[in-house]
Design a protein around this ligand. Structure first.
Ligand SMILES: *[C@@H]1O[C@H](CO)[C@@H](O)[C@H](O)[C@H]1NC(C)=O
Ligand SMILES: *[C@@H]1O[C@H](CO)[C@@H](O)[C@H](O)[C@H]1NC(C)=O
Ligand SMILES: *[C@@H]1O[C@H](CO)[C@@H](O)[C@H](O)[C@H]1NC(C)=O
Length: 403
């Protein structure tokens, strides 16, 4: 930090823990491709509004107006944006892109909130038929069918370039890379960042680690998660200094988000990650977490949200998940019971209130800060401006003196 003395009082406020972005993951754009028989291309391109959809505009509006959240993480599939016949890259299915843009514009332009792009592809492309396990790992030189790192970068350059003038977008590079060389996760992340910046887009980027980008495992090594994220990911650079890490953290015994019983303390399990973020001066967002409707989960969710509020390394979060197509199904944490989702109006299979009412409202909503960011470019520094010490300093000054 190269701050002048005169800015020190401002710096003190700026360094305090602060959540700038809070809201929900919108999951449904990736739906409709599961094939019990593993048929490659099953459900592609799919019927928009029938097999998949990005958001329900009415519930997004309600969440902004009534729950005052400012962030939505919007899942989509690379194989729909870049059909298999085109390959991964800068050539998009424009019809599909228009559906996606319409959802992003509703969130960002109509409602003035922030939208995280979520290619829900596990760093794989070409066969989502049994996601998360199928498909060629992007950049895997030993797989002749795999898309290359250069193709991944071309995809991101094109997508980011199309949104370079929309300050309210956040580029989530990839959902949950897993079971691949973590050095390749780093390489792909870096190529995407360079390409986004070369396209003239300076908004916040959030980059995943390997190992399903689990916070608890950031410093750990196990088969399929090597080398540890902690030993490779600090090498990531961003010419615009506006990249944070995208972390997922569930509270059940195996961190999968599959189970009803929460007994993993995020405050304990995230501590090594937090120390690592501090050491390398990085920020993080937690874009997937959740819990069932029971006392153990409510307590640990409360603890986790408080932990993020107390530690300045964490700048935002989105809970998993809302979305128009969940019906009575649950996005996480119920041992397959149909208890509904975090979508407003959601109902469990037995007609009782869904997890929007039983988990979101009592436990998560009280943690939505009253002073989230509503103006300006998405940034590791929140409203202080782009991730650039000079620009951040200037905009803090002008906001102070232009009041
Ligand atoms: C592009 O998307 C539209 C709308 O989903 C679909 O009808 C069309 O078949 C897609 N094209 C390709 C090449 O996948
Ligand atoms: C960083 O600040 C400089 C000087 O104000 C500006 O030219 C540049 O575009 C800024 N970078 C970002 C990412 O905002
Ligand atoms: C969580 O519960 C499981 C199953 O009951 C148990 O095996 C595990 O040790 C518990 N973990 C913690 C951290 O309490």
């Amino acid at each position: 930090m190269r701050l002048q003395l005169s800015t020190l009082p401002l710096f003190a406020a700026f360094a305090a823990a602060k959540i700038y972005y809070a809201g929900l993951a919108e999951s449904s754009g990736e739906f409709g491709v599961w094939s019990a028989d593993k048929i490659v291309g099953y459900g592609l391109p799919g019927r928009f509004g029938v097999d998949y959809a990005f958001i329900n505009k009415d519930t997004v509006s309600k969440l902004v107006d009534e729950d005052k959240i400012n962030t939505f993480r919007v899942a989509f599939l690379l194989e729909r944006m870049c059909p298999l016949s085109y390959g991964l890259g800068a050539k998009f299915n424009e019809t599909h892109f228009d559906f996606f843009k319409d959802a992003i514009d509703h969130i960002t332009v109509t409602k003035g909130a922030y939208a995280i792009f979520d290619p829900h592809n596990y760093m794989r492309y070409n066969d989502p038929s049994q996601q998360p396990m199928t498909g060629s790992v992007i950049g895997d030189a030993s797989d002749p069918k795999a898309a290359t790192t250069a193709q991944f970068a071309a995809f991101w350059g094109e997508l980011a370039g199309r949104f370079k003038d929309n300050e309210k977008v956040i580029f989530g590079l990839m959902n949950e890379p897993h079971d691949m060389d973590n050095n390749l996760v780093l390489t792909n992340n870096q190529a995407a960042i360079n390409s986004i910046r070369a396209a003239g887009a300076n908004q916040l980027i959030i980059a995943p680690g390997g190992g399903w980008t689990g916070g608890h495992a950031w410093t750990k090594t196990y088969p399929g998660n090597e080398p540890a994220n902690a030993v490779v990911m600090h090498k990531l650079t961003d010419p615009a200094s506006n990249t944070a890490f995208d972390i997922h953290e569930y509270l059940d015994v195996d961190f999968s988000g599959g189970h009803s019983i929460c007994n993993q303390s995020a405050a304990t399990n995230l501590a090594p990650l937090t120390a690592w973020l501090k050491q390398y001066n990085f920020k993080a967002m937690i874009t997937e977490f959740g819990g069932d409707n029971n006392e153990g989960c409510h307590d640990l969710l409360d603890e986790m949200l408080t932990y993020m509020e107390d530690n300045p390394e964490y700048i935002g979060w989105t809970a998993w998940a809302a979305g128009p197509f969940w019906g009575p199904n649950s996005a996480c944490c119920t041992d397959q019971r149909q208890l509904g989702s975090l979508e407003p109006g959601s109902k469990a299979a037995n007609g009782s209130p869904g997890m929007y009412d039983t988990v979101w409202r009592p436990t998560m909503l009280p943690h939505v800060p009253a002073d989230l960011q509503w103006e300006g470019i998405s940034s590791i520094n929140g409203p202080a401006g782009a991730g650039n010490a000079t620009a951040a300093r200037r905009s803090r000054r002008s906001s102070r003196f232009s009041k």
